[in-house]
Design a protein around this ligand. Structure first.
Ligand code: F6P
Length: 321
C-alpha cells in the first residue's frame, strides 16, 4: 500500500486534530503518502484532496475542531453520491481510508467497502461515547469536563437563589455525558435515554430540596425519552409545583482544547489505525478497552449497544440524597 486518505466526519469532537496529526505522522513514519480529505464524505464527492506532510499537522494537537473540516453529507447517503466519492478516491490513487468519527461515519465506510471495495479503518471520535468496542471515544472526556465547568457555575447561582435547575447535556441516543457530568457535578437526578424518567424518584430527591438543600440540579441527556429538559421541568412543575430554570449547554460541549486524556487517546488510536492498515486489517475500528488496543469489526461498533456502567448509575443515586 502506498497512499491512504484520512478524513473527519459527522459532529466534531475535541481531539480530532490530535488524531489527524497522529495518522499523518504515523503514515509518513511507515512510508505511506497521506492525503487529507476536506469536509468528510462531502469533500470526497467534491474532490477536496490535500496531500499532507509531517509539518502540515504542526501545532494542531491542542486545538479543538478539525483542520480537515467536517460535514454531515446528504449526497453521500445516496448510491450516486457514494459512486462519485469512490471514483474520486480511485482517481487520486487512494487505496485505503482512515475514517475519524462516530456511527454515521462508520456506516459510510462500510458502504464504501461493500459497494466499491475501498477499505477503511475507523477511529472513534464523538463526544457521545456511544460506540461499542472502545471504553472511551475521542472527545468524550473533554465534553464531560466542559459540561462540568458550566454545571459548577450553575451550582453557584442555584445555591445563591435556592433554586432548582435542569441542565440539558448532549447525547442523542445515550446518557454517557449525562451520567459522568451528573456524578461529577453532584446532580440530584440524571435523566437518560437508557432509562424511563422516574417522576416519583424526582419527587423524592426534591423533598430534600424543599427540606434543607439550598440548590438542586437535574441533568437531562438531550435524547431522553421525555423530549429534553424543558419538557421534564414543565411536567415536574405541573406534578409537584417546583419552580425552575433550564440551561441547555448545546454545542459548547463540542468545542475547546482537548483534555490530556483525549490528546493521548487520539495519539494512540491514530498510530494504531495506521498500523492496522499496514498489517492488512480492514473494516475494523481501533479502540481502547481496559488500556489495550482492540480491533472491532466496523459493523459491530454501531450494531451492538454499549452499556452504561451500572455501578456509576448506582452511585449517582446513593450520592443524591
Ligand atoms: O453526535 C454528537 C452530537 O454532538 C450529539 O450529541 C448531538 O445530538 C448532535 O451531535 C448534534 O449534531 P449537529 O451538530 O448536527 O447539530
Amino acid at each position: 500500500m502506498k497512499r491512504i486518505g484520512v478524513f473527519t466526519s459527522g459532529g466534531d469532537a475535541p481531539g480530532m486534530n490530535a488524531c489527524v496529526r497522529a495518522v499523518v505522522r504515523a503514515g509518513i513514519y511507515y512510508g505511506l503518502e497521506v492525503i487529507g480529505i476536506g469536509h468528510g464524505y462531502q469533500g470526497m464527492i467534491n474532490g477536496e484532496f490535500i496531500p499532507l506532510q509531517a509539518r502540515s499537522v504542526s501545532n494542531i494537537l491542542q486545538r479543538g475542531g478539525t483542520i480537515l473540516k467536517t460535514a454531515r453529507s446528504e449526497e453521500f447517503m445516496t448510491k450516486e453520491g457514494r459512486a462519485k466519492a469512490a471514483k474520486n478516491l480511485k482517481d487520486h490513487g487512494i487505496e485505503a481510508l482512515v475514517a475519524i468519527g462516530g456511527d454515521g461515519t462508520f456506516r459510510g465506510a462500510v458502504a464504501l467497502y461493500e459497494e466499491h471495495g475501498i477499505p477503511s479503518v475507523g477511529i472513534p471520535a464523538t463526544i457521545d461515547n456511544d460506540l461499542y468496542g472502545t471504553d472511551y471515544t475521542i472527545g468524550y472526556d473533554t465534553a464531560v469536563n466542559t459540561a462540568l465547568e458550566s454545571i459548577d457555575k450553575i451550582r453557584d447561582t442555584a445555591d445563591a437563589h435556592d433554586r432548582l435547575f435542569y441542565v440539558e447535556v448532549m447525547g442523542r441516543t445515550s446518557g454517557f455525558i449525562a451520567v459522568e457530568a451528573g456524578i461529577g457535578g453532584g446532580a440530584e437526578y440524571i435523566a437518560i435515554p437508557e432509562e424511563q424518567t422516574d417522576y416519583e424518584e424526582i419527587r423524592n430527591v426534591l423533598k430534600g430540596f424543599r427540606k434543607d438543600k439550598t440548590s438542586s440540579i437535574i441533568i437531562v441527556a438531550e435524547g431522553d425519552e421525555e423530549g429534553g429538559a424543558f419538557k421534564i421541568a414543565k411536567k415536574v412543575k405541573e406534578l409537584y409545583g417546583f419552580d425552575y430554570r433550564v440551561v441547555v449547554l448545546g454545542h459548547i460541549q463540542r468545542g475547546g482544547a482537548p483534555s490530556a486524556r483525549d490528546r493521548i487517546l487520539a495519539s494512540k488510536l491514530g498510530v494504531a489505525a495506521v498500523e492496522a492498515l499496514i498489517n492488512g486489517k480492514f473494516n475494523v475500528m481501533v479502540g481502547e478497552v481496559k488500556g489495550e488496543i482492540k480491533l472491532t469489526p466496523l459493523k459491530e461498533t454501531f450494531n451492538r449497544r454499549k452499556e452504561l456502567d451500572p455501578y456509576l448509575l448506582k452511585i449517582a443515586k446513593i450520592l443524591s440524597i
